[in-house]
Ligand binder design. Structure first.
Ligand code: SAH
Length: 393
């Protein structure tokens, strides 16, 4: 039987609205001494059942797995992963011959706080952000192989940098099921090498799939700059869309190597593409006015709320440079993936940049994360990616 955690009076309100976290300040006491990662039952101050979830030391004390009084066993994992997989089939990203790159589990968005699973072909890359999910990794792996109709054969567990350091788990990255020498995946019919061993996040930014498709539609005969290109997702789509030239820029030499490989994989010998390892601000200062389609997809400028003001200034400075240089009639795809930066914050930062540049700017599209990164309506914090497509006169 699970240990009980009793909440302070009135601290069950947000849980009753299905918000999936219990903050440490809401805890009155715990019966017994659970180990980090153990499942606990959460009770209100009158000791009525509220939820069941993973206990952890830190500001989020419990990550809720269910609002029903159930056991978190093999059956639970099979049901949860099966529901996630069925949804990915329903929205057309899984079991689709044109696409085998998708997010299967998006933490709170799939009622599984602390767990991320991205799928690349036959390999799933699994990332635990909580001790509880780390403890459960073997059960999750078993369920994953069982519910995905043989699609997933290999599981790479990549939690070295995402688990709380203080928990001292000493986790190393590696395959926990199968092992795949082949690291190619397909997104909307385009091929990509995925570096799950050393790459950022799970090896690829799956969340830009729909936005890359939109970019493709705007690429014909344009001169494209893909700033912060990483593995070159946007560049490959721009090439297929018929761009006149595509320049990819990233400060990381490794990223430049990856984008070149991915272009070669899809468009061997095509001379329209070139990649440069350079700092964004320096490149934008020196580049002249040759581009009429620019993508700005920087890393999160603010990881915490304290850094918000500084981050907004960063977005303004970056976008101002693009507005100054883009050709008349140019199109700017600009993004923020900082969770603490709201849609309005971001829009204001970009608005300020537009005003500084004195250009006339119109919003063509407002972009967000795709359907395989669902937002639990009771956990609005899960909305992180926002973008604007702007027409610059
Ligand atoms: N657009 C990419 C994801 C971008 S991730 C995609 O669709 O996959 C952010 C990238 O910005 C990283 O590859 C990182 O190396 C790069 N980066 C970080 N700081 C930078 C800087 N100052 N100048 C140029 N690139 C930078």
């Amino acid at each position: 039987m699970y240990k009980n955690l009793i909440l302070r009076k009135g601290k069950d309100e947000s849980l009753k609205r299905f918000h999936p976290w219990v903050f440490s300040g809401a805890v009155h006491h715990i019966e017994g001494e659970p180990e980090e990662g153990e499942v606990v039952r959460v009770l209100d101050s009158e000791e009525r059942f509220v939820a069941v979830g993973h206990w952890q030391i830190g500001s989020i004390a419990v990550r809720v797995l269910s609002f029903e009084d159930i056991s978190i066993d093999a059956c639970f994992w099979e049901q949860a992963l099966s529901a996630a997989y069925t949804m990915r089939c329903a929205i057309g990203v899984a079991e689709n011959p044109q696409n085998d790159t998708f997010r299967l589990v998006h933490g709170e968005g799939d009622h599984l706080p602390g767990l991320i699973i991205d799928v690349y072909g036959k390999t799933a890359v699994m990332q635990a952000h909580s001790v509880g999910m780390h403890v459960e990794r073997e059960h999750i792996a078993d369920a994953l192989l069982k519910v995905t109709n043989g699609v997933i054969q290999n599981i790479y567990y990549k939690s070295e940098t995402t688990l709380p350091f203080k928990a001292g788990l000493g986790q190393e990255n590696g395959f926990i099921r199968g092992g795949a020498p082949d690291n190619q995946a397909t997104e909307n019919g385009l091929k990509f090498y995925i570096d799950w061993l050393k790459g950022q996040k799970t090896g690829f930014f799956v969340d830009q799939r729909d936005n890359r498709s939109l970019l493709e539609q705007y690429s014909k005969n344009r001169s494209v700059l893909n700033m912060f290109c990483y593995t070159g997702g946007f560049s490959v789509y721009a090439m297929r869309g018929g761009a006149k030239l595509v320049h990819s820029v990233d400060s990381s030499a490794k990223a430049v190597e990856l984008v070149n490989q991915n272009i070669e994989l899809n468009f061997p010998g095509d001379k329209r593409h070139q990649a440069f390892a350079e700092d964004a601000f320096k490149y934008l200062d020196d580049m002249g006015d040759r581009y009429d389609l620019i993508i700005l997809d920087p890393p999160a400028f603010a990881k915490h709320r304290d850094a918000l003001r500084h981050a907004l200034k960063g977005y303004t400075r970056l976008n101002a440079k693009a507005f100054e240089k883009i050709q008349p009639g140019g199109i700017l795809f600009t993004f923020s993936c900082s969770q603490v930066v709201t849609k309005d914050n971001f829009r204001m930062a970009v608005f300020t940049a537009a005003a500084q540049s004195g250009r006339r700017v119109r919003i063509l599209h407002q972009l967000h994360q795709p359907a395989d990164h669902p937002i639990n309506i009771y956990h609005p914090e899960g909305e992180y990616l926002k973008g604007l497509v702007l027409y610059v006169e």
